[in-house]
Design a protein around this ligand. Structure first.
Ligand SMILES: Nc1nc2c(ncn2[C@@H]2O[C@H](COP(=O)(O)OP(=O)(O)OP(=O)(O)O)[C@@H](O)[C@H]2O)c(=O)[nH]1
Ligand SMILES: [Mg+2]
Length: 415
């Protein structure tokens, strides 16, 4: 049998139900349970001062996650990156989402920005470490997941290409977090400028081997879903505008947007910017995938590296793919080895017993022989003694001569 054949999964027979069983309701049970528990999502936003981080987050979640800034603090020079997180519980149609947004004011603000990525990387890793510590606890029923599920990296709308600081930052982060590069304040670029800017960004990202988060799809999925994902992918990096202001249009409709002397730019208008695409990917379609990639790839990598540095090595033979034929073969050879060991042990015992018996027999034979010899000697001695006695007796007694015939006659005569 070829290896491929032995590796084939056991065949599952398809059975037709003859009546109602009810497990089709299982997804609803999962849905109810998840809704009851609520969801959590942690998002980090990185970008230099005044690039539009707070505005974007408030626009994305339609709430003031970040309060309005005190005017007096605008333009203040910061000593380094300050990382602050804010949580908000938001509800939509009865579904609760605990959203945590981690802001990083001060990024790229210093005169020397060589290591400005360092505190951010440390923050992401320390969240992984905290999760690992919780996982290693005896009681793991209440693990709180504070890992960063996505990082929105805001790119300044320069219209040129990525800056050295952008490349350095993304290179340092892409193995630790789902990177979502986003061009902010895209209202400052014309349509043509934006197309060229996006293609140069993508070229830079590819050239430097940076992994950014991209929507994935499977061939068996709905064609509509596939098209939606393809469309989403074609717009990456998303170019967005942010605004938490509601503006009244001349037709009376109230929209979220930015008001200019020449008109209004609407946030939620796909012709004006990619905000809808970004929000859809982040919230409607790929939130679970972002969490899943974080858990099963990014965190797993960090975790295994950490354990290796701590001196733990994984025995990969334990995690071999299950192959029933190979397992049977293995069990058979183990059984055979055990049997032959038992057999050789038994033979050894048998031989030892035989040897013991043989030596005992030999010993008793020798004893018997010795006794026999002794008795023979005794008998010989007795025989010799008797022989001697006989001789002696023979020599003492006269040889019996025939009685005097006369005497004998005389005797008879008497009668
Ligand atoms: N033209 C334009 N301006 C924007 C956009 N988004 C935000 N802004 C403006 O940019 C300024 C800074 O926005 P914030 O959201 O406070 O920027 P930030 O990155 O949070 O700033 P820090 O917290 O100081 O680092 C504000 O005046 C916003 O109104 C946008 O899409 N287009
Ligand atoms: Mg801010």
């Amino acid at each position: 049998m070829t290896e491929a054949a032995t590796r084939q999964a056991p065949k599952v027979a398809k059975k037709k139900l003859q009546g109602y069983v009810g497990f089709a309701n299982y997804p609803n049970q999962v849905h109810r349970r998840s809704v009851k528990k609520g969801f959590n999502f942690t998002l980090m936003v990185v970008g230099e001062a005044g690039i539009g981080k707070s505005t974007l987050i408030n626009t994305l979640f339609n709430t003031r996650v970040f309060p309005d800034k005190d005017e007096s603090t605008i333009g203040e020079t910061r000593r380094g990156v300050e990382i602050s997180s804010m949580s908000a519980e938001i509800q939509e149609n009865g579904v609760r989402l605990r959203l945590t947004v981690v802001d990083t004011p001060g990024f790229g603000d210093s005169i020397n920005n060589d290591d400005c990525w360092q505190p951010i990387l440390e923050n992401i890793e320390s969240r992984f470490d905290a999760y690992l510590t919780q996982e290693n606890r005896v009681n793991r029923s209440k693990i709180s997941d504070n890992r960063i599920h996505a990082l929105i990296y805001l790119i300044k709308p320069t219209g040129h290409a990525l800056r050295a600081i952008d490349i350095e930052f993304m290179k340092r982060m892409h193995t630790k977090v789902n990177l979502i590069p986003v061009i902010t304040k895209s209202d400052t670029l014309t349509q043509d400028e934006l197309v060229g800017f996006k293609s140069r960004i993508i070229a830079d990202i590819n050239y430097h081997g940076i992994q950014i988060f991209k929507p994935q799809w499977e061939s068996f999925e709905d064609p509509e879903v596939i098209n939606e994902n393809k469309d989403m992918l074609s717009k990456i990096p998303f170019a967005v505008i942010g605004s938490d202001k509601i503006i009244e249009k001349p037709d009376g409709n109230r929209v979220r947007g930015r008001l200019y002397p020449w008109g209004i730019i609407e946030v939620e208008n796909e012709k004006h910017n990619d905000f809808i695409k970004l929000r859809k990917m982040l919230v409607c379609t790929h939130m679970e995938e972002l969490k899943d990639v974080t858990d099963s790839i990014l965190y797993e990598n960090h975790r295994s590296q950490k354990l290796v540095t701590m001196g733990h090595e994984q025995d990969n033979t334990v995690f071999r793919e299950y192959n029933p034929t190979a397992q049977m073969e293995e069990e058979r050879s183990v059984h055979e080895a055990r049997m032959s060991k038992m057999e050789s042990e038994m033979t050894a015992v048998f031989q030892q017993k035989v040897q013991e018996k043989e030596s005992k027999l030999k010993q008793s034979e020798e004893e018997l022989y010795a006794r026999h010899k002794e008795m023979k000697q005794v008998l010989e001695k007795q025989r010799q003694e008797l022989e001697e006695k006989k001789k002696r007796l023979d020599s003492q007694t006269r040889p019996i001569t025939p009685l005097d015939k006369k005497q004998k006659k005389g005797l008879f005569n008497l009668s």
